[in-house]
Write a protein that binds this ligand. Structure first.
Ligand SMILES: NC(=O)c1ccc[n+]([C@@H]2O[C@H](COP(=O)([O-])OP(=O)(O)OC[C@H]3O[C@@H](n4cnc5c(N)ncnc54)[C@H](O)[C@@H]3O)[C@@H](O)[C@H]2O)c1
Ligand SMILES: O=C(O)C[C@H](O)C(=O)O
Length: 309
């Protein structure tokens, strides 16, 4: 199996590191536009092989897409991250051009690849990647819900004083500070609804803190996060290559599901060797349905911005 990670910055390198440590691929290619960066990080990572005990062959490339030929999965992380005080949406002007060019180059050398889009604003970048490659919809997966759901479980675990692994909780909708929807009324702690264990006020706090999870880290670090984003990207690569049929919230093309059409948005999907294989429709309350429709409106407005660039 061969995996390419485009963008050897914070998220791309972390994602690649996780892929190598888990030996998900025989061949791993890191590609970046910045001269020497991908080659350097690939070599550094390869030098951990004996220390960590993996056999993956890691190579780096400065924008030479021929090195990525025949990839089974490609992860796109190229683009600028936000700075404190910015929204993800403000990155569209720079990142749309980068993601479009990268997706087209990937397609030339790996026409059968499944593409995972991480660059922000992720929902719109996923839509753009789908449009510019013309690939089958199941082959384009935006990573956001996996990360946001992990942050949601973190927040819940802090309030409940429990292991995050014992929690079942997902975030649907857009991957934006105001567009994501942590489904707190569906969240359980080993089958016990968390709404029975937490006050209404605590629940609201958890939802609010989850929604600004990325912004909070950006303020602390000075740039956006990478450990959890990189690990979340690698988890999706693993689910694809090992055909795990894992249920994850990912940004995928909706064609009527959840009442939406012609948009990529976060919903629960089954991830396996064919990319996203099935959308799972869960029953939403009227309030959750309204939040989903509002999230879709906001993402659709961002998608419209693409036409003006
Ligand atoms: N979807 C998510 O959940 C999520 C999570 C974290 C970060 N992100 C996004 O991921 C992106 C990367 O974040 P980061 O922290 O790794 O940034 P970074 O600046 O550390 O790395 C980005 C890399 O992309 C490279 N790059 C730029 N243009 C390129 C091109 N045309 N071809 C190849 N490489 C190119 C840069 O040289 C840089 O090394 C940002 O847009 C960020 O907002 C998304
Ligand atoms: O917060 C960001 O801008 C990066 C990413 O989308 C995240 O959620 O960590």
């Amino acid at each position: 199996m061969k995996v390419t990670v485009v963008g050897a910055g914070a998220v791309g390198a972390t994602c690649a590191d996780n892929i190598a440590r888990k030996e998900l691929a025989h061949e791993l290619v890191l590609l970046d536009i910045k001269e020497g960066l991908a080659e350097g990080k690939a070599q550094d990572m390869q030098q951990t092989a004996q220390l960590l005990g993996f056999d993956t062959k890691i190579t780096g490339s400065t924008a030479d897409y021929s090195k990525t030929a025949g990839s089974d999965v490609v992860v796109i992380t190229s683009g600028i991250p936000r700075k404190p005080g910015m929204t993800r949406e403000e990155l569209i002007g720079t990142n749309a051009g980068i993601v479009k060019a990268v997706a087209e180059n990937i397609l030339k050398y790996s026409p059968d690849a499944i593409i995972i889009v991480i660059s922000n604003p992720m929902d719109t970048m996923t839509y753009l990647a789908l449009q510019s490659t013309g690939l089958a919809k199941n082959k384009i997966i935006g990573m956001g819900g996996t990360l946001d759901s992990s942050r949601f479980r973190y927040q819940l675990s802090q309030h409940l004083g429990c292991s995050a692994s014992d929690l079942n909780a997902i975030v649907i909708g857009g991957h934006g500070d105001t567009t994501m929807i942590p489904l707190i009324k569906h969240a359980t702690w080993n089958s016990i609804p968390v709404s029975k264990l937490l006050s209404e006020e605590q629940q609201q706090q958890i939802v609010a803190d989850t929604m600004v999870g990325g912004a909070t880290l950006t303020k602390l670090i000075g740039t956006s996060a990478w450990y959890a984003p990189g690990a979340a990207g690698a988890m999706l690569v693993e689910a694809i290559l090992r055909d795990e049929k894992k249920l994850q919230t990912c940004c995928v093309y909706l064609d009527g599901e959840y009442g939406q059409k012609d948009i990529c948005l976060g919903v629960p999907v089954v991830i396996g060797r064919n990319g996203w294989e099935k959308i799972v429709e869960i029953e939403l309350s009227e309030e959750e349905k309204a939040a989903f429709a509002k999230s879709a409106d906001a993402v659709r407005n961002m998608n419209d911005v693409l036409k003006t660039l």
